[in-house]
Design a protein around this ligand. Structure first.
Ligand SMILES: C[S@@+](CC[C@H](N)C(=O)[O-])C[C@H]1O[C@@H](n2cnc3c(N)ncnc32)[C@H](O)[C@@H]1O
Length: 324
């Protein structure tokens, strides 16, 4: 029976990418698990991802004649990187085959969501069934691969609502997961916007990796009042930033479908803009709503002239479907 070495290290956000590269060089099948640090926020537990706190990165190597050398090389590479960025000490422990299989599975494996959506990490093989909508995504820094219940709710609703050729906006795209899913379900064109430049970069990579770059346009930006907001984790609306074009392309920017996995506070502020950018009869899927603020979101969207079609709940999170 094979035994495994689990190598893990705590790193500062800025070092995640370079340390992940080092671990991927030696880890089994190039697989690296990134556990971001979720902290309790004012919109509920485990929602806020705090970039000022370290993430934990892990990889696994088969315990054999080469593993000691690999471990030393990882340590050496981390030591070099540690001169430039805060990188914690390498923690190593031996796992029996059985424990390894569970440790790996616990962190990241093929995930089935809704009736057809399957999320597959890039280092795993997966034989797709005819109806599967396969998304190739790795755990990364931007929100959207954990998976958070708010993302799962949106994926199931996209399966239900996307019709081929629907002009779609994914507002607050994060890793791009919802835009990619919409495109694979037949939506087009799809615009993926985020006001966080790191998310925009990650989303663009994921879009390309999933082969939907001709359908999905990723850009940094927001919609209406959202263009004047600072970063969503800043706790306030930040400084005024000059308006940028919401969506590249011709005006008017109306959509048959908008999916917005934001937070209650942002959805309330953007209610009028969301409604104004929806074509008559168009569908808005809004998510990221902590149950204690659901009533405020529904009244803001009703005041904007949208009609509630359905609501779904997972734990303390609510997703709503409205029609224009
Ligand atoms: C909860 S995450 C959702 C990510 C992804 N769509 C998912 O479902 O997993 C919210 C995303 O919205 C972005 N965001 C927050 N406020 C925004 C705003 N006003 N305009 C555009 N994007 C915003 C954040 O940067 C973050 O990537």
């Amino acid at each position: 029976m094979t035994a495994w070495l689990e190598c893990s290290v705590e790193v500062d956000q800025e070092a995640v990418e370079s340390v992940a590269e080092v671990l991927a060089r030696y880890g089994y099948n190039g697989g690296v698990v990134v556990e971001p640090s979720w902290t309790p926020g004012d919109e509920g537990p485990e929602f806020r991802y705090d970039p000022s706190r370290p993430s934990v990165l892990r990889t696994y190597l088969p315990l054999d004649a080469q593993s000691e050398e690999a471990r030393q090389r990882i340590e050496q590479a981390l030591w070099y990187l540690g001169h430039m960025r805060p990188v914690g000490p390498l923690q190593v422990r031996t796992l029996a085959e059985e424990d390894w299989a569970n440790a790996w599975k616990e962190h990241y494996t093929v995930m089935h969501i809704g009736a057809r959506t399957v999320i597959v990490p890039s280092w795993l093989e997966y034989e797709a069934r005819p109806d599967d909508v396969v998304l190739r995504l790795d755990p990364g820094m931007a929100f959207g691969t954990g998976l958070h219940p708010t993302t799962r709710l949106c994926l199931s609703l996209l399966e239900q609502y996307v019709q081929p050729g629907m002009r779609t906006l994914d507002l607050g795209t994060g890793s791009g997961i919802l835009a990619i899913a919409a495109a694979k379900l037949g939506a087009r064109p799809v615009f993926a916007l985020d006001n966080d430049p790191v998310a925009v970069q990650v989303a663009a990579e994921n879009v390309a990796h999933n082969g939907v770059h001709k359908v999905v346009e990723v850009a940094e930006g927001s919609l209406g009042a959202g263009r004047r907001m600072g970063h969503w984790l800043s706790g306030d609306f930040g400084e005024e930033v000059p308006p940028q074009p919401a969506v590249p392309g011709e005006a008017p920017h109306t959509f048959a479908l908008i999916v917005a996995n934001l937070i209650a506070r942002v959805l309330i502020t953007l209610a009028d803009d969301l409604a104004a950018n929806l074509e008559p009869g168009g569908i808005l899927i809004s998510s990221g709503i902590i149950n204690t603020r659901e009533a405020e979101v529904t009244s803001a969207l009703a005041a904007a002239g949208l009609h509630l079609r359905e609501r779904h709940v997972e734990g303390e999170w609510v997703a709503l479907v409205h029609q224009g």
